[in-house]
Design a protein. Structure first.
Length: 83
């Protein structure tokens, strides 16, 4: 699997998890489980790709299984969810 695809999968999964966490924490803004998951997945994928473009070290996460780089990808995807 190419590194770009692995990064994108990590970003989408992290975003989906983050979307549900944010929806649970902000009950007034919750879109429901499905809505939070979809919004989080889109936000995580797009946000992670933008941060990967801005910070090239994050783009290296998929080239080898490096737990630090994977955590960086996860954090980059979840970062836009913080307010």
């Amino acid at each position: 699997m190419s590194g770009v695809l692995i990064n994108l999968i990590i970003q989408i999964v992290a975003g989906a998890i983050g979307g549900n966490v944010a929806g649970g924490a902000l009950k007034d803004l919750s879109l429901g489980t499905a809505g939070n998951t979809i919004a989080g997945a889109i936000g995580g994928g797009v946000g992670g790709q933008i941060l990967s473009a801005l910070i090239p070290a994050l783009a290296q996460a998929g080239s080898s299984v490096d737990i630090g780089a994977l955590i960086g990808q996860f954090a980059a995807a979840a970062l836009p969810l913080r307010s």
